[in-house]
Design a binder for this molecule. Sequence first.
Ligand code: SAM
Length: 216
Amino acid sequence: MVKTRVIETNEGIQSEVTVEMFDVFARCMRDKGWNGVDGMIASGIKGGDVLEIGPGPGYVGLELARKLHPDSLTGCEISPAMLRFARKNAADYGIAARYVQGNCMEMPFEDESFDSVISNGSLHEWENPIRAFNEIFRVLRTGGRYCITDLRRDVHPIKKTMVYYSTSPKEMRPGFLTSLNAAYTLSEMTELLRNSALCNASVTRDFFGLCIAGEK
Ligand SMILES: C[S@@+](CC[C@H](N)C(=O)[O-])C[C@H]1O[C@@H](n2cnc3c(N)ncnc32)[C@H](O)[C@@H]1O
């Protein structure tokens, strides 16, 4: 029996200290190759003008850009503190990414602005995923692709324990559990997508999460 979903935050991670800790955590995930980038490329993300939703400190989009050399990389991030880290990290990578403060439920971009939309680990924080999915459809060009990866609440307890104890720095462990409790199951996600403009998306389970992918 899967526990009921518990909302984590609707405003993203805001406090500078927590964000600094998250930057260390996200860098560890990058170094272990556990940030969803290879899965995004395998799902058909090719490059062009790429939008990343909820980039946090930016490593996912920056690693993708390092591999795919897109025409441009834009991040839409709700937290000003995260934006500061993303801009610093992009400068360290030597990648001219553009990070914009915005809410993915009402994105500050024209219709059909991007060839690819990616996101990792952010979806469980979105107040209204259907609105965000409709926004993704709106800002994508025809033929553009999206890939959204996130945690999965119904992950096996053994995997949960394994990942909990391998989460570093260990101060991030309580946050990992609240994120997991806020994440969706495959059937919940299938139902949300069915009621959105991304109704043709495929949703698959991977080791620890969900991968939502498709083409406009
Ligand atoms: C758990 S972090 C994941 C960061 C990064 N994608 C990664 O994988 O390391 C989730 C990020 O999504 C952002 N976020 C949450 N809700 C958002 C929204 N409605 N619009 C844009 N960004 C949002 C948070 O501020 C945070 O930076």
